[in-house]
Design a protein around this ligand. Structure first.
Ligand SMILES: Cc1ncc(COP(=O)(O)O)c(C=O)c1O
Length: 472
């Protein structure tokens, strides 16, 4: 056998796509064999849902159909076939408090029992508002029912106060169902619809601009015409694999947005995993808006947008000769929805911030994530695979390239869809749930050393399987 085929690095990079496909089909067949009840329940549901399941995202699991869940507790999920999984997907961050968390369950149940949505604030509201300001550094907040809606609210205010229409995002981003952000860079630098997104009626050429992350020169050029209302950006990209900001990039982003009169919305829906104040506190960022959702509601649908004093003053100044109290009472028609800021949401957020995603909990989760990342790197190095492991706070991701990417194009060039699907279904078959869209792992306060051991064991077995396939 030629040496090149025996060398795992060379073998991995040239692993026969047909062999990978065979392995994938073998694992999918095993998945079907292990999950007859899930398959039957999913097929029954398919008759009633436009996208086969209550949410189209639920179809994205690599097994061919999703595991149908019977119950979930902490990091453990039990399916309709009676199998147990260790959950590192955690509802793609919505479950970052851990399933069935007792503090959240108690707070939400108590609030449900005494009125969940009243069109009136409860006494928890003042505590929550003060805590949001303390953690994230912005003084004024609004509730929505999703992170997507929080981004929409921030964009709308940015447009109102700048009088501009355009929104700038980075290639590979995802900010929820915000149409302006459903764009990617085409092969010739043009704005195209992001992969996998339904066509929409938005004129992206007019309202969207997209550039690569970490490209200061492109950012400067994109903001120079002075027509961008806001940059909507994660401080550390998480939706095309994880892409770190290069040293100085976020400073340049702040400086260039200020210079061009553009506002910066920092979307911390995923990067809240960095710590109690997200990346904003960790890196000392000074955004104009802060948005978050998913985990912050502890399972109750919540989105939040925060704004600076300067933004608030400009917003209130939009209605001249009316004092701020009256503007606050009149000018926000249509933001947030009827259930936004409900007693139930506010009680849930209070429980999350006060009792669950605390500084101590983040310290424990981060230490465990660091251990997981270190052990994954050891396994990958032992098998001489050309992969890289990224970690921020409680979030860890395998990237299928030897070096950290600078932007989404770097990630795209290194990706192998069959290999990733194989990894996902292999882990499913070995009792581990990982986020289906890429290879992101999230820890929660209930995550344990045993969960980490389990992941590392399965990774070891998977890498050994690949090495055998490469050597065959
Ligand atoms: C960074 C980011 N922002 C916003 C959202 C939208 O969240 P939701 O779908 O809960 O509105 C997502 C969803 O994945 C996200 O990753």
């Amino acid at each position: 056998m030629p040496a090149a085929v025996r060398d795992p690095v060379a073998a991995m990079t040239t692993l026969d796509p047909l062999r990978l496909q065979e392995l994938l089909e073998r694992e999918q067949a095993r998945f079907a064999q292990l999950h007859p009840a899930s398959r039957a329940a999913y097929e029954a549901g398919q008759r009633h849902y436009l996208y086969g399941a209550p949410s189209h995202w639920m179809r994205r699991w690599a097994g061919g159909f999703p595991v149908v869940v019977r119950s979930a507790q902490g990091t453990r999920v039990r399916c309709a076939d009676g199998l147990e999984y260790v959950d590192f997907c955690l509802g793609d961050s919505g479950g970052m408090c851990g399933h069935g968390n007792p503090a959240i369950t108690a707070a939400v149940a108590a609030q449900l029992a005494q009125g969940s949505t009243l069109m009136l604030p409860t006494e928890d509201a003042a505590w929550v508002g003060a805590e949001l300001g303390r953690r994230f550094g912005l003084p004024y907040w609004g509730f929505t029912t999703s992170a997507s809606d929080a981004n929409r609210a921030a964009i709308r205010i940015a447009r109102m106060i700048t009088g501009r229409e355009r929104v700038l995002v980075f290639n590979g981003c995802y900010h929820g169902s915000v149409e302006e952000a459903h764009v990617a860079l085409g092969d010739h630098g043009e704005v195209v619809l992001r992969n996998g997104i339904h066509a929409n009626a938005v004129d992206h050429a007019r309202v969207s601009r997209v550039i690569e992350f970490n490209d200061v020169a492109a950012l400067e050029a994109a903001l120079a015409p002075g027509d961008v209302a806001c940059v909507l950006a994660e401080p550390f990209m998480t939706n095309y694999g994880m892409i770190a900001p290069q040293p100085g990039f976020l400073d340049a982003l702040r400086e260039l947005t200020r210079r061009s009169g553009t506002l910066w919305i920092v979307d911390e829906t995923h990067t809240l995993s960095q710590g109690p104040g997200g990346c904003t506190a960790h890196f000392g960022l000074q955004p104009d808006f802060f948005t978050v959702g998913k985990s912050v509601g502890g399972g109750v649908p919540v989105g939040l947008y925060g704004a600076t004093e300067a933004v608030a003053q400009r917003l209130w100044a939009q209605v001249p000769k009316v004092n701020p109290v009256q503007v606050r009472q009149s000018a926000h028609l249509g933001f947030g929805g009827t259930l936004a800021g409900s007693a139930l949401q506010v009680a849930a957020v209070r429980a999350v911030l006060e009792q669950v995603l605390t500084a101590d909990a983040f310290a424990r989760m981060t230490a465990l994530a660091q251990e997981l990342a270190a052990r994954m790197r050891d396994v990958i190095a032992a098998h001489r695979l050309p992969w890289y492991v990224e970690q921020i706070g409680a979030r860890v991701e395998t990237m299928y390239a030897p070096q950290p990417p600078r932007n989404a194009s770097d990630v795209k060039h290194g990706r192998d869809g069959t290999l990733e699907a194989l990894l996902h279904v292999y882990f499913l078959n070995h009792g581990v749930l990982i986020t289906p869209f890429h290879s992101m792992l999230l820890l929660c306060p209930a995550s344990t050393a045993a969960d980490v051991d389990r992941y590392v064991e399965v990774l070891e077995a998977f890498c050994a399987e690949l090495a055998r396939a490469a050597a065959a």
